[in-house]
Design a protein around this ligand. Sequence first.
Ligand SMILES: C[S@@+](CC[C@H](N)C(=O)[O-])C[C@H]1O[C@@H](n2cnc3c(N)ncnc32)[C@H](O)[C@@H]1O
Length: 660
Amino acid sequence: MEEAFKINQKSSKLRNDSAVQGTNDSSVLSKISAAQLGYCKDDYLAHFASKKARRSPLVNRGYYIRAKLIDYVIKEFLHQVSEGHSQIINLGAGFDSTFFRLKDLSLLANTFFIEIDFPDVINRKINLIKNNPILNEFCSDLETVKEINGNKVYQSLKSNLLLIGIDLRNSELLEAILKSIPQFNENLPTFLLSEVVMTYMSVKSCNGLIKWISETFTNCVLTVYEQINPFDPFGEVMCSHFNKLGSPLRCILKYPFEDDQKKRYKNEGFSDVFSIKASEFYQYCTSDKEKKRIDDIELFDEYEPWHLKCSHYILLSATKGNFCSEFIRNLYTNSKPKIDTNKHLNLIKFDSSHINYKPYPIKFGSRFGHSLCSLGSKLFIYGGFGELATDPFCKHLRLASVEEFNLEQMNLNVLELPVNSLGDRIFQDCTTTGENSMVVTLGRSNPSKMFESIVRVNYLENNIQTESINIKIPRFRHAVCSIPNSGLFIYGGKYYDETTNTSRILNDAYVLDESNNLKKVFVDENIITARHSMCINLWNNFLIVSGGLDENENPLSDLILISIETYEYRKISLNKVGGANFEQNPPGICFVDLKKFVAYEFDVPNENRLMLVCHQSHLIDKNNLLIVGGGAVCFTFGTHLNKQPSILDISKCWSEISQN
Ligand SMILES: C[S@@+](CC[C@H](N)C(=O)[O-])C[C@H]1O[C@@H](n2cnc3c(N)ncnc32)[C@H](O)[C@@H]1O
């Protein structure tokens, strides 16, 4: 019995190890995809795979930011040690090509480069190198210099390269092998890299390895790139994806957040620990020119999942010894922003205890990128991507249907509209235009296929009429607001130019009257910058534009007041409101008192698997905010849809506001 248990345990360990090794095959293909499209420069990776795969733009961006972050630290290390001897140890190197890239740039003249991975992975890598003339040219003298219990060690003296096939959990044997190599010196400045590697090891083995590093090297920096933040819906989808692959993220639940990780490395003996989220790096350390270059590589319209993805990965460097600690401290300190978010408007922040979450008893609107408007007690939900409440197979697709939900009777009805009258639009906007009428505007189907029409919908019980009008201002992620007695105000958004294959963020505004005459309205570009994915609401005689992303993908933190009489513009700066930004805690609900110029932001409870991006909301009454839909395609990990509407009870927020 005990024997059978041991055999089972052993075979499950082998299965797990081979699934973990499989992560290398998938990441090398993704890295090649990003390099071939020009996201990053790498002339050597393609030699490590016999096939090519073109990954989605979101995946390419994910590998782009990963390569940028690692380059950022490794190149700084090489710059700092350029005068003297040093070592780089790539832990779980897989088929990574960093050695070849850096050698090609003549950056490794005095550096001993060591790669470590499971024996099978290293043996495969050696075969690929030896059979490829370009790779072999770098290290033609590569030969087996040692073999202990199947753990082979290969060395090229000519190029200062060592490859060790060993399980990293066996640090005793690793130490013995390293100490037997004459070129190895634990007192040299040493850069150790774990690029999505240690997270696949158990907490115990991983901490053992971290401790071994901190005790062995006197002057080192251990740089780790891996996942954090497992508890929100994106994090859950991410973890479940790795579980399904058989290579679970085994440390993430014990060290879920950036601060937990930092404490961990200190506990295991490092003197200083620094970290930055991929999202912060993209926002603050990537120039506008570089962002534009990235945006022009391929059609991209997945901003919300991109920001979410980046807030789930960190780069962390743990250091020992004055030399490494000092330059790493400078590097990380310079990469953090020094911004004063409270500059113009008094912002008061509150935790999530003021908002109560209640699931809505009826399921409808499992979609994102849709629009919502209300006629009396009825809500109309149209378009976007998701699944129909009536579809037993829960198929994910762009939705051309309109759901009508009666808030009083609590019943759901899918409207029978004339065939193809609206199309399968996503990132369109709709608004109510009268007691029985609404209008659906613009939007897109796929990111290169924009709609240039609006559809007016007249709704009398059992008689729905639609009229489509081509207004010839194609765009998506724009915003629309109905101005009584004037017509529709249409502003901003994103435009894809088929002739140049590039996209533009728009800053133009129009008023469309009831007879469908379109008039361009002056936009004061000194006050309002081009943007998309914002909201517009009417307040007294002002249109209020809030939030959105600018052309460099920065979440905008201003409120623009536009007079509906004169179209004069006024800007108020405040912190981010709603949607996705680059923070670990997504923005909460922000109340802005436009008379007192005070903003109150309340965090939304995180426990309810509610993803507050690409959703719609409707204030049922003063205390109850209904959230309909929302979600995102989470990188390659899967799709999260808020399955059912929810109510956020905001009564306590009002009490808090009245006391301030
Ligand atoms: C996601 S891949 C990353 C490969 C490489 N670092 C990169 O970024 O391209 C993870 C790598 O870690 C290696 N790995 C994971 N656990 C390991 C262990 N206990 N010993 C040796 N290698 C390990 C796997 O074999 C695989 O090559």
